[in-house]
Design a binder for this molecule. Structure first.
Ligand code: SAM
Length: 375
């Protein structure tokens, strides 16, 4: 069958013409990955390869280890993965490193430790850190459980817990602090790739459930400062030794700088690894494997210069997962149906949710049903 015959075949009674497909192909599609639900596959060498060879990231961590560790220190490497940070700690003079890793990549770390002749100074613990106790406190904790928007690997929970239970009183933490930043954006291309792509499928199949999944998700992508329609603001500023289990919702307000269509919000983070070493994923900094993130709006909003956009962001942790919810509104008009939440991608699994989660699920369910009826 030739290409032409294939494309001209009737599909559910509808002819999908070559020209239709042609239009589809012409749309610019930047590569975007879904951030949630988390499928991190940390057992796979693939993801570790991406991180290890992200030299912006790896060299900053190595510099921080060199500046922080003194000969004879005891260290905890929380989430050792391939083991490279633990090896570097020994090379910097640590006498003992506890390397904690819950995924099967620990097998690789064990071999890396042996091949580098440091296995006698590293204790590999194959468990989630929350389930472990250490025989002694440590002088330094190093950890790179840093998500694309800082939080989604649950650094707030795991690092804070490790600091409280394992760090000696004058100990150091790499990283000790972190911030996330946000900015409203006009980007038809990102919105197309994140959301509208599902409404433009050139065959007679309704893929709108993916639209709902997409607007209740966050995307990993590169964002462009030319698309900003407001000034970036700090959404959260954290010191990892002092994070409440359920932080208060963050609220930022953006005066709009120009007449535009707001398609969503761009985000990135910065961590302070030690004294003067910072690692930032801002779009004007050297590109890292984290790139930046994009929060698409449920529907693009037309805005005028000096309009006010509010963004409310809430992180809630259950024992099983982290849920992100956000609401965007213009000029103070609060509308419950504008809530977006990663919980919608897992609506079946409501066990163990608190009353406030359930209220959110109910509001989201209601708004989805209303949308369904309108169709
Ligand atoms: C982003 S990777 C970093 C790996 C390595 N430290 C590096 O810098 O290349 C994070 C690793 O931490 C592990 N991890 C995350 N949270 C953990 C926890 N609470 N307990 C044990 N392992 C954890 C993950 O399985 C993953 O392999």
């Amino acid at each position: 069958m030739t290409e032409g015959e294939l494309y001209d075949m009737p599909q559910n009674g509808r002819i999908v013409s070559k020209s239709n497909l042609h239009n589809f192909e012409k749309v610019a599609i930047p590569t975007l990955e879904y951030l949630m639900p988390q499928v991190h596959n940390f057992h796979s060498p693939n993801i570790h390869k991406t991180m290890i060879f992200d030299f912006v990231r790896t060299e900053k961590y190595f510099q921080a280890i060199k500046e922080t560790i003194s000969p004879g220190d005891t260290v905890l490497d929380l989430g050792t993965g391939s083991g490279i940070l633990a090896v570097r700690c020994v090379q910097a003079g640590a006498k003992l490193v506890y390397a904690i890793e819950e995924s099967r990549i620990a097998d690789m770390a064990e071999r890396v430790f042996r091949r580098n002749g440091v296995a006698d100074r590293i204790v590999l613990l194959r468990e989630n850190s929350l389930n472990l106790n250490l025989p002694s406190s440590v002088d330094v904790i190093v950890s790179e459980i840093v998500g694309n928007f800082l939080f989604e690997e649950r650094i707030d929970l795991f690092l804070t817990d490790a600091i409280h239970r394992f760090l000696s009183p004058n100990g150091s933490v790499i990283p000790g602090k972190g911030s996330v930043f946000l900015v409203p954006m006009e980007s038809k291309a990102l919105y197309q790739s994140a959301v509208n792509i599902w409404t433009n499928f050139p065959y007679d199949i309704n893929l709108s459930p993916f639209v709902e999944a997409s607007v209740n998700n966050v995307f990993i992508c590169e964002i462009n400062a030319d698309d900003f329609i407001g000034t970036p603001k700090t959404l959260h500023k954290l010191t990892f030794n002092n994070i409440p289990r359920q932080p208060d919702p963050a609220h930022v307000t953006f005066p709009v700088l120009q007449d535009a269509v707001c398609h969503g919000f761009g985000g990135w983070f910065e961590i302070n690894l030690c004294k003067d070493i910072f690692l930032s994923t801002a779009p004007w900094q050297p590109l890292t494997h984290w790139k930046q993130v994009f929060f698409p709006l449920k529907a693009p909003i037309e805005v005028s210069k000096n309009d006010i956009l509010d963004f409310i962001f809430e992180i809630e942790s259950t024992d099983k997962e982290q849920i992100w919810s956000w609401t965007v509104y213009k000029n103070g008009a609060v509308d419950e149906s504008l809530i977006q939440s990663t919980i919608i991608n897992n609506p079946e699994d409501k066990r163990g949710l608190t009353e406030s989660h359930l209220a959110k699920v109910r509001a989201l369910d209601k708004s989805l049903k209303m949308q369904e009826e309108e169709r």
